[in-house]
Design a protein around this ligand. Sequence first.
Ligand code: SF4
Length: 511
Amino acid sequence: MTTAAAGSPRTYQVRTYGCQMNVHDSERISGLLEAAGYVRAAEADEQPDVVVFNTCAVRENADNRLYGNLGHLRPVKDKHPGMQIAVGGCLAQKDRGEIVRKAPWVDVVFGTHNIGSLPVLLERARHNTAAEVEILESLDVFPSTLPTRRESTYAGWVSISVGCNNTCTFCIVPSLRGKEKDRRPGDILSEVRALVDEGVLEVTLLGQNVNSYGVEFGDRYAFGKLLRACGDIEGLERVRFTSPHPKDFTDDVIAAMAETPNVCHSLHMPLQSGSDDVLRAMRRSYRSEKYLGIIEKVRAAMPDAAITTDIIVGFPGETDADFERTLDVVREARFSSAFTFQYSKRPGTPAATMDGQLPKQVVQERYERLIATVEEITWAENKKLVGETVEVLVAVGEGRKDERTGRMSGRARDGRLVHFATGAAGANGQLGDAGSLAGQIRPGDIVHTTVTYAAPHHLNADGEPLSHRRTRAGDAAEAGRAPRTPGVLLGLPTIGAPAAAPAPTGGCAGV
Ligand code: SF4
C-alpha cells in the first residue's frame, strides 16, 4: 500500500479526545488541512495519508491511551510509506519532545497555541524526513481566524476566549492553554452573522470561563453585552454558552439571558462540590451559598430554565460530611442533568500531591449515591414536562434507537434531548404512515410537539407533531451543504450533528 496515487489529494483523519474546545479545534484542524489541499478520508479508510491526534491531558491515563493508539498505528504506517502521524492538543503541549522520544514514528508534534502551523509542519517533516516538534508558549493567532470545517448545518461553536486565569487545583488547563485571551466582540459577532447567513440557527459561545470575558479589555459587563448583541442578529434562533464560572457571574448576565429572546433558558454552571471546605481546597473562590443564590436569581428571572452542572466526587480530603453537603446542594439546586466525575489524580496539578487522597472504594460508593440522587431529581424534573409543548431543533445522530422506533431526535430550547414520533401512533402503539411527516422532517428543521413520557435523561413525544417548519439549515442538510465562514475552504461536506462532544472531562464543561 502506498500513499495517495500521484495527482490525487492526500487524505486525512482527525481523532479527537477531550472537551468541546478540542472538538472545535478539530474543526479548525480539518479546515486548515482542506485549505491545504487534503481531503477527509472515508470512514472505512483504515490507512489515511495523515492521522492527527487532537489530545486531552485532563483525563486520567490520557498518556497511556495516546501511546497505546500510537503503538497500534505503527505497523499500519510501516505498511503505508508516506503516511504521517501528527499529535496536537493539550497532551502535546505538556509532553512536547517526549512524544517523539517515546514514539519515534510520529512525524509532527504541535501545541494548543499553534494549530495554524500544522500543514507547514507536515510539509517540512515530509521534506526533511525528520520529526517536527513545534510548541509555542502563547497564542500567535486567535484560532477563530483560521479556516474552519464546520460539522453541522444548523449549529456552530464560536470561541469568545481561550485560556483561563483561574487556578483550580484539579485542573491542568491554565498551564496548558495559558492565560485568558479575549476575542474582540466585533470579530465574534461577524463570525456569528456569517454562520447565520449560511443558515445556522444555533450558536454556542465557547470559553473556559465566559463570565470573565472582557477581563482583557477591562469591561466587566462585556459578556452580557455580547448576549444582547446576539439578540439583534436576525435569523439567529438559539444562543447558548459554556461555561460560566460562578465566581464571575453578574446579575447583568442573568438579566441579559432573560431579556434576550433568542438566548436559551439553559445554563451549565459547574458546581464541583457542595462543601465550602472542598471548594476552598479546589481553589474555587465561590461558596455553596453564592452558587445557590445564582440559581435562585436565574429561576426568578426564567422559571423555565434548565440548569446543568459538573460535580467531582472524592476530592482529596473530602469527608462524609463534605459529601453530604454536595448531596444537599444537588437536592436544592434541582439540576436537569449533571456530569459526575470520580476524582482522579492528574499529573502536574496541585491536587495530585495533596494529602488525604481517598481510597477508590470510598469514592466509588459516594459516586454511586450521587448518581442515584441526581437521577431521582432529573427524572422528577423531566416528569414535570409531560403534557407540555416543546420546540425541537431536529438533530441527526442523537439516538441510535431512532431508526428502530421510527422517531427522530433533537434538543428542546432548554437543552433537553427529545425523541419524537414523526407520525400519529396507531391503536397498537405503532406509528401509522397516513399523514405522517416521516421523510419530510430534516435535520435542522424546527418541530413543535407534546411531551408524552419522561425518562431521567430524555423526553419522548409520541403524538403527531403539532407543527413542522422547514428551515434553511434543513435545506442545506438535504442538499449536503456545510456552512462556510469567511476564509473557510471546505471539502466535501459532512452533514451531521455538530461534532459530538466527547464525554466531559471534569473541570469546566469547556475543558
Ligand atoms: S476548572 Fe475551569 S475555571 Fe478552573 S482552572 Fe480549569 S478551566 Fe479554569
